[in-house]
Design a protein around this ligand. Structure first.
Ligand SMILES: [Cu+2]
Length: 119
């Protein structure tokens, strides 16, 4: 048997394994970091509740349940809604700790406060 015949007989057999394909999906990890929602109702010229305490990251939504327009304006101007007609809503997410006074610019005697603190 010559060399060529020898190589043909035994060959050089290489096989490339296909790369392992991961089909198992990593579970989607929901991070529940203070994804809280809090509602404040505006009714009868009153924010209710007038004072709320929330954790940082909480979104506060004001809903005008009164039959006249109102606004939600921070005393420090950190947030300011448009004029909310009946059933109008405004949301603001509080990310920093503190006490945030607000009022209705149409009826400045309407006041409220959001206290943001780490629980
Ligand atoms: Cu008002």
């Amino acid at each position: 048997m010559d060399a060529a015949a020898h190589a043909a007989a035994h060959g050089v057999f290489t096989q490339t394994e296909p790369a392992q394909t991961r089909t198992a999906e990593a579970p989607a990890v929901a991070i529940p970091v203070a994804a809280a929602q809090t509602m404040v109702s505006i009714d009868n010229f009153t924010f209710g509740p007038a004072e709320i305490t929330v954790a940082p990251g909480t979104t506060v939504t004001w809903v005008n349940n009164d039959d006249i327009p109102h606004t939600v304006v921070a005393t420090d101007k950190s947030f300011k809604s448009k004029v909310l007609d009946t059933e109008g809503a405004f949301s603001y997410t509080f990310t920093s700790v503190g006490e945030f006074q607000y009022f209705c610019s149409l009826h400045p005697h309407m006041t409220g406060m959001v206290r943001v603190k780490v629980p």
